[in-house]
Design a protein around this ligand. Structure first.
Ligand code: SF4
Ligand code: SF4
Length: 283
């Protein structure tokens, strides 16, 4: 089963929920946790451990100036503006290239070849006997987050239970992370911003036909706004984490409430049961 943890907005505690769920599950079964928030991965901070880094590369064009006649065909073809043909040179902007390979096909002189360019890496570790952690890291200034996410997901493929921690928002990296998942946990908080962004994230999950449920984080007990939205949209509230001094203290110290506070491991295991039910999977 593949579970994606998402939120329309940053700072809702999405990664905290993923880390606690991953930790709790690792006490009872093998689990792979994939940090797909490749622009700001942070799950490795919860699980420090020795790791191995694997590079993620993409292909970009390299121009053979000896063959190029500066005809301009490649520049006209590239809709991302990654090639600019001048009178006597072709400028390549690798960060803008989407590695479609089209320019190599349209070049009448065969003057373009593809070379590999690193854009990030995937870090693999086993911080607990039953927990595999796979974290994607996108290099600063790079835009091809989906490629790094794709590689991180690929490395977890075949594992019977996978948790994906998505980046916040609803852009391409979120879609890339959600695709292929069986069920989605939407993490939110009881604020107007929280509701606004929950609405957006829920729409994306619905478009991808992902059964979803909601975790309300930092609840002050006045969650009517969120629960009403959930009722209207058929989204079960799977768990509520209160706004609590003790919980905040553990989290601010980089700890896990499922490990450091009594009763929370069981609550996260219970969350897994509800999520499995939503996905129609027997556990
Ligand atoms: S299409 Fe080929 S020959 Fe024409 S400008 Fe581009 S690299 Fe040069
Ligand atoms: S590979 Fe595609 S995106 Fe990259 S420069 Fe060529 S045409 Fe543009």
């Amino acid at each position: 089963m593949k579970i994606v943890v998402a939120s329309g907005k940053g700072g809702t505690g999405k990664s905290t929920v993923t880390a606690n769920l991953g930790y709790s599950l690792s006490l009872i079964r093998d689990v792979a946790v994939v940090d797909c928030d490749v622009e700001e991965p942070n799950l490795h901070l919860f699980f420090p451990s020795a790791s191995t880094d694997l590079p993620v590369t993409v292909t970009v064009p390299e121009i053979d100036s000896g063959r190029c006649t500066f005809c301009g065909e490649c520049g006209k073809f590239c809709r991302y503006g990654a090639l600019s043909v001048l009178k006597d040179t072709v400028l390549v902007f690798p960060e803008l290239c989407h590695s479609c390979g089209g320019c190599t096909f349209v070049c009448p002189q065969g003057a373009i070849r593809e070379i590999r360019r690193p854009i990030g890496f995937v870090r693999c570790s086993r911080p607990l006997p039953a927990l595999n952690l796979i974290s994607g890291f996108l290099r600063e200034g790079e835009v091809q987050a989906p490629q790094v996410i794709h590689m991180a997901k690929l490395l977890a493929e075949g594992h019977p239970l996978i948790l994906y921690d998505s980046s916040p928002g609803i852009a391409c990296p979120v879609i890339e992370t959600m695709e292929g998942s069986d069920v989605c946990i939407l993490v939110t908080e009881s604020t107007p911003f929280g509701l606004h962004d929950l609405r957006l994230a829920a729409e994306v999950a619905e478009r991808l036909s992902l059964p979803s449920g909601v975790v309300i984080n930092r609840s002050d007990g006045k969650d009517e706004m969120i629960t009403e939205f959930c009722r209207e949209h058929g989204l079960p509230v799977l768990m509520t984490i209160p706004f609590d001094r003790e919980i905040a203290a553990v989290q601010n110290a980089g700890g896990l409430i499922s490990r450091d506070l009594p009763g929370w491991s069981e609550r996260f295991t219970d969350l897994f049961g509800k999520v499995s039910e939503l996905a129609g999977v027997k556990v």
